[in-house]
Design a protein around this ligand. Structure first.
Ligand SMILES: Nc1ncnc2c1ncn2[C@@H]1O[C@H](COP(=O)(O)OP(=O)(O)OP(=O)(O)O)[C@@H](O)[C@H]1O
Ligand SMILES: [Mg+2]
Length: 226
């Protein structure tokens, strides 16, 4: 039996808006195996980013558990210093995050960004330049993020993530700000590298083609769309 990389059980999260309680994620259960990819889809406001934020520890769940590599993250984890530190350490070393924008530190060159992320994860940064080359932006290594295009920034963000050798990649609309052609190229690189390095991938997207490239589909929109 394949062991799950990630197991989410009964996960719930609500937000409070004025006097209103807005349930966003309700008793969500799913698993992701090593090397598998999952697309999060659903209309705007259905909770895709919230789920990614829960998975990378930026938000705490109200109920339910997230288990990854034997570490449990639940409603009580954030309040317990040891558990919070253990989860933060797992995140730093094993979870790579790609957002639509603002993945790079503006004061660092592309190469310094990649080296920094690798070091943060405790990896050898020696291969950082190779990663930029593999992503076809090797010649831009000494440029700063504001000196390259959006598509090139997304490639650099992917180089950062792969240089940390993560077990799991979380991507929130990673191609959302790109034109169709560049989006397709960036998506291809992401899927190729994910398959080659056998990491898990969860991506949130409104792009049906990108979602179709994933092995599993999780539709968060079907309830709120009723
Ligand atoms: N910090 C917050 N406080 C209050 N409500 C929030 C907060 N963050 C998100 N929400 C609400 O939770 C719901 C889900 O938001 P979320 O950003 O997860 O949606 P999404 O599926 O990622 O949407 P999109 O496709 O537009 O990116 C929305 O109704 C949003 O307004
Ligand atoms: Mg979102």
């Amino acid at each position: 039996m394949t062991e799950s990389l990630l197991a989410v059980r009964g996960l719930s999260k609500h937000f409070v808006s004025g006097n209103e309680t807005v349930p966003v994620i309700e008793k969500l259960t799913f698993t992701l195996d090593q090397g598998q990819s999952l697309a999060l889809v659903g209309r705007s406001g259905s909770g895709k980013s919230t789920l990614l934020n829960l998975l990378c520890g930026l938000e705490s769940p109200d109920a339910g558990t997230i288990v990854m590599q034997g570490q449990v993250f639940d409603a009580g984890s954030a309040a317990t210093r040891e558990k919070a530190a253990a989860w933060a350490s797992l995140r730093r070393q094993q979870i790579g995050v790609v957002f639509q924008e603002a993945n790079l530190m503006p004061a660092l060159t592309l190469l310094e960004n990649v080296r920094f992320r690798a070091q943060l994860a405790g990896r050898d940064p020696a291969n950082s330049e190779d990663w930029l080359t593999r992503l076809d932006i090797g010649e831009l290594a000494q440029r700063y993020p504001d000196q390259v295009s959006g598509g090139q920034r997304q490639r650099a963000a992917l180089a950062m993530v792969f240089a940390m050798e993560p077990a799991l990649i979380l991507a929130d609309e990673p191609t959302g700000s790109l034109d169709r052609q560049t989006a397709a190229e960036v998506a291809q690189v992401l899927f190729d590298l994910q398959a080659r390095y056998c990491c898990g991938l969860i991506l949130a997207t409104h792009d049906a083609e990108l979602a179709a490239g994933c092995q599993q589909l999780l539709d968060l929109g079907h309830l709120s769309a009723l």
